[in-house]
Design a protein around this ligand. Structure first.
Ligand code: SAH
Length: 491
């Protein structure tokens, strides 16, 4: 068998050019590397990651796709009339509002493309015109199709400028007849002058209004608006690698920062993490994460709606201990508050998943200065033919460094006024466990502290919000926590 070095050498000499480039390559602009052979693209991405991150550690060979086509599980089509007044659908030409007609795209799901083609024909039959932004005439702005590659479930969203969809029952019937694989159909109304595809209000026309999909042994609900990774095959590869790097033994307390709908955290909770706390800024995503936890019967996980930096800073102030931090920030990377608090919390391991090697380089530099060592760098090709590359990095630290960081960050850089008088959360947990045999979470302690008028980090205030899904401390545990607070003379 070919070893990794041989494979890389072969790839370096792979033919430069793609013999069958997409005819829309220039107009669409979505696949920046289309003119290169796939092997060459992988080589290009490998070199990029090595150039940016090579000084931290040797970079593993990038994991590419076996079949790097039709990998997108989500397709968004825009509609317009061409010069002959025929309905066309496709993508906007780069930085314009001109629709480039697309019959089939080499990276989009083929079923989704076929459905869009059928809708184009049905729009003619049902006299639904594409919406024209300049004249304000027409109805249909976009069609969004999402497909679960494993579950086979398909969602179609008709995005219209007004809530009226003529002959909607017959339209739904005709669409389902042509595509029995469709499991749900929605109408979303977007009447704003915006480049966002979806508007606020939506109506379910058929089915449950969402699809479900399996990933790494968990089932996730995907609604029209919720974020879900667009390449499910490589997401599985990426998450498996992240979990492997975290090396859970069943005891670890874990933070899943920038957790979105909770995918990585839930998979971690199922695959050996002791307890997972997910934090995410988008309230809808947190709601999805909570229902995903319930759907999968996963109990050792909590989700919080907060800024990840503020949340971590509150955890550091509260004296919480964390063994592993999984982080998957947006393209802009993390921020100083998050990284400073992370260094203060000093988890043994950090698994950083990044979709932008440039901001990853900046953040790794910070963490390395704070005493962390980069142990492994694994690029994964999540978006073949585009210039995007995903990277997962393992950082860890030894005991000596941990002390150094604690001094550097907790004494010099951290605001000491944030520290609480009285016992830390860990001391309260230990006391309750010893005296009652009950395990209590930081959330419950914070609820009871608040009840007693004691100050708590603001990120624990979630239960005050309308979202009533946050678990409430049961009376038995409340009494035990009160005892501990009395013992530590905090009340
Ligand atoms: N890990 C998830 C989502 C990653 S995308 C997944 O793979 O599905 C990055 C996420 O970070 C988005 O959901 C975004 O809403 C969230 N985010 C952005 N800024 C944030 C911040 N300051 N604090 C917490 N979450 C943030």
């Amino acid at each position: 068998m070919e070893n990794q070095e041989q494979q890389r050498r072969r790839e370096t000499h792979a033919p430069e050019r793609n013999p069958n480039p997409c005819p829309l390559y220039r107009k669409c602009g979505g696949c920046q590397l289309q003119n290169m052979s796939y092997q060459r693209q992988l080589h290009w991405k490998q070199e990029l990651v090595e150039r940016l991150l090579g000084r931290f550690h040797r970079v593993n060979p990038i994991i590419g796709m076996e079949h790097p086509y039709h990998y997108r599980n989500k397709v968004q089509a825009a509609f317009a009339l061409d010069r002959r007044k025929q309905i066309v659908s496709g993508v906007y030409q780069a930085s314009t509002h001109r629709v480039v007609p697309v019959e089939s795209c080499m990276i989009e799901d083929e079923t989704a493309d076929r459905i869009v083609g059928t809708i184009r024909k049905l729009m003619k039959d049902f006299k639904m015109e594409p919406y024209n932004e300049d004249t304000g005439r027409g109805l249909v702005r976009h069609v969004l199709v999402k497909r679960g590659f494993v579950s086979g479930q398909v969602m179609v969203v008709m995005v219209t400028v007004s809530p009226i969809l003529p002959a909607k029952n017959n339209f739904v019937k005709a669409l389902r007849k042509a595509h029995p694989e469709i499991t749900t159909i929605l109408q979303n109304v977007n009447n704003r002058a915006t480049s966002m595809v979806l508007g606020e209000s939506e109506k379910v026309l058929y089915g449950p209004g969402y699809i479900e999909e399996s990933l790494c042994g968990c089932v996730f609900r995907i609604s029209a608006k919720s974020f879900y990774q667009i390449n499910p095959v490589q997401t599985e590869v990426l998450y498996n690698k992240a979990i492997e790097l975290a090396g859970f033994t069943g005891k670890e307390t874990v933070v899943d920062a920038y957790c979105g709908t909770g995918t990585i955290g839930l998979i971690a909770a199922k695959r050996g993490a002791g307890h997972v706390t997910g934090v995410e800024l988008n309230q809808d995503a947190v709601r999805d994460a909570i229902s995903n936890a319930k759907r999968n019967g996963i109990k050792n996980v909590y989700f919080y709606n907060a800024d990840a930096g503020e949340f971590l800073s509150a955890m550091a102030d509260e004296g919480e201990t964390v063994d592993v931090v999984l982080m998957d920030p947006p393209r802009a990377g993390s921020d100083e508050q998050f990284l400073t608090s992370l260094a203060g919390l000093a988890p043994k391991k950090i698994v950083y998943i990044s979709c932008n090697p440039e901001t990853l380089q900046r953040d790794l530099q910070f963490l390395v200065r704070a005493g962390y060592h980069v142990q492994e760098i694994q690029p994964v090709d999540m978006f073949p033919h585009t210039n995007h590359v995903e990277t997962v990095v393992l950082l860890s630290k030894g005991e000596i460094d941990s002390k150094k960081v604690r001094v550097e960050f907790s004494l010099e850089d951290m605001d000491m006024s944030g520290f609480q008088k009285g016992a830390t959360y860990e001391q309260i947990k230990a006391y309750v466990l010893e005296h009652t045999g009950l395990k209590v979470s930081s959330l419950y302690i914070s609820q009871i502290k608040r009840k007693c008028g004691l100050d708590v980090g603001q990120n624990y205030n979630l239960s005050k919000k309308e979202d009533a899904k946050v678990p409430q401390c049961p009376p038995e545990k409340e009494a035990a926590i009160m005892e501990a607070l009395k013992h530590f003379q905090m009340i």
